[in-house]
Design a protein around this ligand. Sequence first.
Ligand code: TMP
Length: 236
Amino acid sequence: MEKQALLYEGKAKKLYKTDEEGVLWVEYLNQATALNGVKKDQIQGKGELNNQITSEIFEKLKERGISSHFIKKLSKTEQLVEAVTIIPLEVVVRNIAAGSFSKRLDVPEGQPLKFPIIEFYYKEDRLDDPLINEDHILALEIATTEQIQEIKTITRQINQALIDLFKELSIKLVDFKVEFGLNQAGRILLADEISPDTCRLWDAETNDHLDKDIYRRDLGDIVPVYQEVLRRLEEI
Ligand code: TMP
């Protein structure tokens, strides 16, 4: 497999074409961002940690019957994925109140929610990724009714699989964000990444943050924390 032209450079990843139709080469970068890019830093080792954590999680989801765009890990910082057209939605699931939910609705961080809440954000940097509802998604033709239902069904399955997986690691899954894409056959596939950048993970014993809130809230160095998540994942 040969890496070819750069297709896209995002905040945390570079995407390249390959010599195989429908297969893309992803390189994870060391850049960390928060506040929609306002806070930005290079953090040595972050790219390889997120690549390895995401690869482990996508493999474990596959064992639990949830497919994704992930094909295989190539190196510490690179992986191969199936080419998909990303649906411009950030799909957030919340099991425990935290972050923007706590702020917007004045619910204390750490309060368990009665059931997992699914939220949709429109992936549009220009608009700061606004919270939208299903009518907005239909009116803006971001996805069809059937696609929204399928996304919600898969998202609930991902949530249960991740809750079970992280429980084995003594980690509480507070909330997370996933993205979906359409492959060449028009099938909806889980895409992008699942890592401590895109999840809130709290240690089950201490409630310590094991995620990007360490960076967002200036609580210290994320590298040892992400290493700890990877160590627990590799242990099971
Ligand atoms: P929030 O509380 O800031 O809305 O974040 C909810 C979850 O979604 C949290 O686990 C972090 C994740 N997330 C992303 O991965 N990317 C984003 O751009 C945002 C806003 C949240």
